[in-house]
Ligand binder design. Structure first.
Ligand code: PEP
Ligand code: MG
Length: 324
């Protein structure tokens, strides 16, 4: 399937009316990296560091992580890699980590909450990322930030580790960009202070949608009940984009929906200009983006929103079919 899109690889994802959408890939294992160049991705928008922890029997040592992260950065070459710190808990349980029984793991002790409560692991991971990065630019982000002091605390840990590396005489990144994943509705309502403090925001649509509709992403009974192209969800995304723009904060979307062409188009119409997806989705998303006029897509969505439908899917898909 990848070959079918090979001709598009070096072409930009630009709509007919001239809007550039930057497409990056999601990765989680070294084995994903060979797809980077053939897919035409502009970088790794989300590197899920927990996968390397999940496939092991014991906590990886710092040295092993440095070696792994270095291979990833080297494989990416000039393209940027955004490291996401450990996102464990909920559906991702480390066999070697003692954790309490929780009535609602998805709402429980997970991701940055674990990181801040057990800062030793977070520090060790940040050190490993710094040592692998050396003097190249660093992009690191934290999962599941629900209130902005969590981000502030995590950011301080990164900055302190950078200082420590400097003191130890080691090389430090030429540029440090620290971001937050926006995966809980609460963060969309954080004060401007938060948006100004973050160097970038990445919308984790899988979790964000789950909490927006209160519908478990793992539960087949409710998972498909709420369409991503639901008018309320799209308008929520639009508001997040506006807040980011108003504060000068770069924003991207890295949930699975970014890899679905019609969804990707709707996100672009809501103002998103950076999407990160599995590598095999880049070709299909790019093909659709290049085939449409974004202003018209936006008008179709707005008309559907004004007509009282629950989802803009039918209108958008119908328009795409009609325009060929
Ligand atoms: C998300 O929630 O959309 C996301 C990208 O993170 P994960 O799927 O790893 O939870
Ligand atoms: Mg998530």
């Amino acid at each position: 399937a990848q070959e079918a899109y090979a001709g598009l690889r070096d072409m930009p994802a630009e709509t007919r009316d001239g809007t550039r959408i930057s497409l990056c890939m999601n990765a989680g294992l070294m084995a994903d990296l060979p797809s980077l160049k053939p897919s035409g991705a502009e970088g790794v928008g989300l590197y899920r560091t927990e996968l390397a922890f999940l496939v092991r029997r014991t906590v990886p040592r710092r040295g092993e992580l440095v070696a792994l992260y270095r291979r990833i950065i080297d494989a990416a070459g000039d393209l940027p890699v955004t490291f996401r710190t450990l996102d464990i808990g909920s559906d991702k349980v480390l066999p070697y980590m003692k954790r309490p029984e929780e009535p609602n793991p998805a709402l429980g002790w997970r991701a940055i909450r674990v990181g801040l409560d057990r800062p030793g692991v977070m520090r060790m991971q940040v050190q490993a990322i710094l040592r692998a990065t050396e003097s190249r630019p660093l992009r690191i982000m934290f999962p599941f930030v629900a209130q902005f002091d969590e981000f502030r605390a995590a950011r301080e840990i990164v900055l302190a580790e950078v200082e420590r590396e400097k003191r130890l005489g080691r090389r430090t990144p030429s540029e440090v960009k620290i971001g937050a994943m926006l995966e809980t509705p609460s963060l969309a309502f954080a004060p401007d202070h938060f948006f100004k403090l973050t160097d970038f925001i990445s919308i984790g649509g899988n979790d964000l949608k789950m909490f927006f509709f209160a519908a478990d992403r793992e539960n087949e009974m409710v998972r498909r009940r709420y369409d991503t192209l639901n008018v309320s969800f799209l308008s929520f995304l639009e508001q997040i984009v506006r807040r980011c723009e108003a504060n000068g904060t770069p924003v991207s979307f890295c949930g699975e929906d970014a890899g679905r062409p019609v969804e990707a188009l709707a996100f672009a119409a809501m103002g998103l200009r950076n999407l990160s997806m599995r590598p095999s989705s880049i070709g299909p998303v790019k093909r659709l983006i290049r085939a449409v006029d974004l202003g018209q897509a936006r008008a179709v969505i707005d008309e559907a929103r004004g007509s009282g439908v629950m989802s803009v899917r039918e209108a958008l898909s119908g328009w795409l079919k009609d325009t060929g």
